[in-house]
Design a protein around this ligand. Structure first.
Ligand SMILES: C[S@@+](CC[C@H](N)C(=O)[O-])C[C@H]1O[C@@H](n2cnc3c(N)ncnc32)[C@H](O)[C@@H]1O
Length: 417
């Protein structure tokens, strides 16, 4: 179990050093030879890391009063042997010992079971020497903030309240089923399609007014939806409404009567690719990366679909050699600032299909400005590159960002409109 806390501390260190998203980092740390065990491990690490981050500001306030690193320098100071663990990042990243301290403090102060490592493990033993003072500080913070329970100190309460009101959007994958078939099966399972603006009950769903074959469900219905055969077979794909617009707008067959070729330039993980594939009704050829998702959605050419995935750097493609490409969906890396964060990973109802790239909700100020400038420069470069494809008739540019710098500004500079 000591190893578990070291792995969780490593994941936390990677996240704080901004080396990846929470999901990506914890999945990587949990990796091992035994897949089932690794998956279980990754889930537990994810839960501990997410919870530690939720209480991080409280934990750090406590540490300003009870400076564990100064009191126990051998295990939590800069010279700790924990900092020499294989793979530990070096400064300017926060030390591994300080990250392990946070995850241990989380379990000590916020769980009834306490730290789940051998009593003799020195970091546990050293930290627990300060247990009563740490608890006293926690109670002081609670009183100061007028909270009756430590759980109320968790940050992000407002975000969670909002998340609980956001519908769960699903797209019918017309390569697997017709919308009528989906409605019929759902109805047989106790769901009701209503013509209403508000989804009052978990069993009610409504049709999108904007994009064909897209339905909105109650946010609390996610787990039940994921149990359905429709979801498991790839006939129903969890995909936010906003993310359904690019393929719907591009719609390569809209004014074509002959076979066409389209490219999804930055396709992984593949939601928009499979949408585009479905809109092309099995015609044409195109590129994508995420074979697994495409296979599940029935899009792969080698499995009688219409997508030829290629793992390539879009920017390294020579447009002159791609004269066949007539339509292109360009959905490049972005800040992810507009992504609806349902926090499903907190409840274990993880949605592997959300096209989350990198989401950093704490990012502010000049760090954000620099990151946006870097992203905008790459995005503009991609638009310019797309526009040199000689056969291109139409392309869409989209991001999951709410920042003008990545949207209107990039479009104006890149495409000159
Ligand atoms: C926002 S995501 C795309 C999401 C995808 N359209 C979907 O709906 O599932 C951007 C993707 O572009 C990929 N990417 C970034 N630069 C690229 C490049 N030069 N060539 C190809 N893909 C790239 C990233 O790795 C990332 O997977």
């Amino acid at each position: 179990m000591a190893d578990f806390y070291v792995q969780a501390g490593r994941a936390l260190q990677d996240i704080l050093a901004r080396r990846g998203s929470i999901k990506a980092v914890t999945a990587k740390v949990g990796e091992g030879k035994d897949n089932a065990r690794a998956a279980g491990n990754a889930k537990r690490i994810l839960a501990l890391v997410v919870n530690t981050l939720s209480f991080r500001s409280t934990l750090q306030t406590i540490l300003t009063k009870v400076d564990v690193a100064a009191r126990e320098p051998k295990w939590f100071g800069p010279g700790s042997p924990l900092n020499r663990t294989k793979g530990a990042l070096q400064p300017p990243a926060p030390t591994l010992a300080s990250c392990i301290l946070l995850v241990l403090m989380h379990d000590l102060l916020f769980t009834s079971r306490g730290i789940q490592a051998a009593k003799a493990w020195p970091p546990r033993e050293r930290l627990e020497r300060h247990r009563s003072q740490l608890h006293a500080e926690l109670v002081r913070i609670q009183l100061r903030m007028g909270k009756s329970h430590p759980e109320e100190l968790r940050s992000g309460a407002e975000e969670r309240r909002i998340a609980a009101r956001i519908p769960r959007w699903c797209r019918v994958n017309t390569l697997r089923a017709t919308p009528d078939m989906v409605v019929q099966q759902l109805t047989e399972q106790g769901w009701t399609l209503e013509e209403t603006e508000t989804i009052s009950k978990e069993s009610v769903f409504v049709q999108s007014r904007h994009v064909d074959h897209v339905f909105a469900f109650h946010p609390g219905a996610t787990a039940r939806l994921m149990q359905t055969e429709l979801y498991k077979s790839g006939a129903l794909i969890l995909q936010d409404l906003a993310s359904c617009f690019p393929a719907a707008v591009l719609d390569p067959l809209r004014d074509e009567s002959v076979e066409v070729t389209a490219m999804d330039a930055t396709s992984a993980p593949g939601n928009k690719t499979s949408h585009l594939s479905a809109l092309m009704q099995g015609h044409g050829s195109r590129y994508a990366t995420l074979v697994r998702m495409l296979s599940r959605a029935g899009c792969l050419a080698r499995e009688h679909g219409n997508v030829h995935p290629k793992k390539l750097d879009f920017l390294s493609l020579a447009p002159a050699e791609q004269g066949a490409i007539q339509y292109m969906l360009l959905d490049p890396s972005c800040s992810g600032s507009g992504i609806v964060n349902r926090l499903d990973y907190l409840s274990g109802k993880d949605d592997e299909q959300d096209n989350v790239e990198e989401v950093d909700p704490v990012e502010k100020g000049s760090a954000l400005a620099t990151r946006l400038a870097n992203l905008a420069s790459l995005q503009e470069h991609m638009i310019r590159h797309a526009m040199t494809f000689p056969g291109l008739k139409r392309f869409t540019y989209s991001t999951c960002s709410i920042h003008e710098e990545e949207n209107e500004a990039v479009r104006s500079k890149g495409a000159g409109i």
